[in-house]
Design a protein around this ligand. Sequence first.
Ligand code: ZN
Length: 220
Amino acid sequence: MSETILSVGALAADLGRLAEELARLEEAGADWIHLDVMDGCFAPPILGDVALFKAIRKYTKLPVDVHLMVEHPELKVAQFEGADWITVHAEAGPHVHRAVAEARRLGAKAGVAINPGTHLSGAMGVINEVDMVLIVAVDPGFSGARFVPAALGKARKLREKFAELGIEGVKVGIDGGINLENAAQVGALADVVVSGSAVFKGAGPEENIKAFKAAFGRKG
Ligand code: ZN
């Protein structure tokens, strides 16, 4: 397993000062910027959109990692052209294969995400077409949701499956409810850890990103 990457959830930033916040994250050592997009249908809130994506893309050089929690992603992926990563949900409808193919056609790396209630098999149907499986550890869009520990078991099982099938180079991501208390446990199983509010809380990104990386066993 390579060094665990920290992808910082942009929605937790002060969006009124987006450019400054992105510069601050870059300076503080964030690896990627993660944008959650919810359409009010697949997930209850309406959050994150193409305008915000374009502003983020404009103001950061860091890889931008878009997580689409939307219905019919195959019809919407193209609006996020310029993203480095585009992840769609296995539960989002019958055309997930088309959505990940479209992400790759745009030049992005493609990911497939699964909710806490979805079996790993939901991701395995497109495993040869993706660069990441994102295990979502909270029910998307329900605020105050807590980390579902079964996500760790899923990540472990996914790694076993990769070994069994000889799959190499597909990242395992874990997203939702991750903070400095569970970062070491999550980081030991994930190539990519997504965290938003825990990065901005308390001492702020400068201290928190350092602490996350230390929890992942990284030196810098
Ligand atoms: Zn996300």
